[in-house]
Ligand binder design. Structure first.
Ligand SMILES: C[S@@+](CC[C@H](N)C(=O)[O-])C[C@H]1O[C@@H](n2cnc3c(N)ncnc32)[C@H](O)[C@@H]1O
Length: 188
């Protein structure tokens, strides 16, 4: 549960996508629990025109986005073939949708292509250390945002909360220890 999204998910059945690294250690990359839904409402609401999404996950946001008449096309960049193989067949068939197997850090839109909405969601959870990665993506993709459209929008998943977390950690480091504070003794 993160920040302002503390409401627990009601009892029910949920989908979880776990990814394993080379050592076999796995972690939850995406689920459709309440806080995931809550943190994706804005992108669904803002989606219109040509939309670029980094990170297929379970394709949760694609269902409502593809249903929107205001959406002309959705291009999804996903790094892992296994995720594409697993999730693509669960998505509604739509001529609007294109899923490309690539890494968002190196993939480039074709010359002249612009997007009205760009959404980066490639992280399994919130870590303050991800802010520079988000900044890098925003810098790289700024030029592909359709600036002629006043409603154009580019965002990373939970960036506000990530910033808040980074601030908290910085403040905690800067707050000097009171000389009267009692330090727990280390056990032998
Ligand atoms: C949190 S999930 C995305 C959730 C998705 N928006 C949804 O609605 O279900 C993150 C996804 O990003 C993918 N991913 C991670 N790093 C990536 C990268 N560098 N480029 C493209 N996709 C990446 C992961 O494999 C995973 O499928």
């Amino acid at each position: 549960m993160y920040g302002e999204f503390k409401t627990p998910s009601p009892a029910g059945t949920y989908v979880t996508l776990r990814l394993s690294d080379d050592t076999g250690k796995s972690q939850v990359m995406m689920s459709d629990l309440y806080y995931e839904r809550a943190t994706c409402v804005e992108v669904v609401e803002r989606a219109h025109g040509d939309v670029l999404v980094a990170g297929l996950g379970i394709g949760m946001i694609l269902h409502p986005i593809l249903r929107k008449e205001a959406v002309r096309s959705v291009t999804v960049i996903e790094k892992y073939q296994d995720v594409v193989d697993l999730v693509l067949p669960t998505l509604p068939a739509s001529e609007k949708l294109k899923v490309l197997l690539d890494d968002i850090y190196t993939w480039k839109p074709r010359r002249g292509q612009c997007y009205d909405v760009i959404w980066f969601d490639i992280w399994p959870d919130i870590e303050a250390t991800r802010l520079p990665e988000m900044a890098r993506l925003h810098r790289r993709f700024r030029r592909y945002l359709n600036r002629a459209n006043p409603a154009c929008w580019m965002e990373s998943w939970h960036r506000q909360e990530t910033r808040r977390m980074a601030r908290q950690q910085r403040n905690a480091k800067q707050t000097p220890q009171s000389p009267l504070s009692v330090q727990p003794e280390e056990s032998a």
